[in-house]
Write a protein that binds this ligand. Structure first.
Ligand SMILES: [Zn+2]
Length: 196
């Protein structure tokens, strides 16, 4: 009996699962031989300032959940900024462009306090549901909007919901970004390998 039904994962030949896992994968470690000042480790602090976009990206119009998002911009981020200032620590704020446009003072405050503003989608959309062209257009628009609002050109990206499409790494390269912070293969920085 033959069937055109797609195979279940447990029926996949080895080449199939190897192709899937090798699409984007951690390569060699980019950790320095020694951390500055002989420190045991280095810590990168980052915050995803999604705010209202978590509700908006699903097409939601719940005023209750939107108020939860507004809380982030109105209370959450200012508190985090004060905390970082108190400890003299710098961090990265990944911000959807729409969240930055709703809270235009936030990207400016982030940069003025010496922190980094970085790309986190247009409206927290899921890249894996988009075509290459749509994902690319939104990524470039998001970067331009953040640059306009903050005065700083973003050099890094974290995809919304860590949702990585087959095109994401190609787009990161086309944008000339310095780093991507979407994947979770290590707790030290690493090189990204595309198809090996
Ligand atoms: Zn997010």
């Amino acid at each position: 009996m033959t069937s055109d039904a797609p195979l279940h994962p447990w029926q996949w030949p080895e080449a199939t699962w190897r192709e899937i896992v090798s699409h984007v994968r951690a390569g060699r470690s980019l950790a320095p031989r020694a951390w500055k000042g002989g420190a045991r480790c280095a810590v990168a602090l980052s915050f995803d300032a999604d705010h209202e976009t978590v509700e908006l990206r699903n097409g939601g119009e719940s005023f209750g959940r939107l108020s939860q998002g507004q809380y982030g911009g109105r209370r959450g981020s200012p508190r985090i900024l004060r905390l970082l200032e108190r400890h003299g620590v710098r961090a990265t704020f990944f911000m959807p462009a729409v969240a930055a446009m709703i809270h235009p003072d936030e990207p400016r405050a982030v940069v003025e306090a010496g922190h980094e503003i970085a790309i986190h989608s247009w409206i927290h959309e899921l890249n894996s549901k988009l075509s290459y062209q749509a994902e690319r257009d939104l990524a470039f628009r998001a970067r331009d909007a953040l640059e306009k609002l903050s005065g700083q050109r973003p050099v890094g990206m974290r995809t919304a919901s860590w949702d990585y499409s087959p095109w994401t790494l190609k787009i990161v390269r086309e944008m000339g970004l310095v780093y991507d912070s979407s994947l979770m293969a290590d707790d030290e920085p690493y090189e990204l390998l595309e198809h090996g």
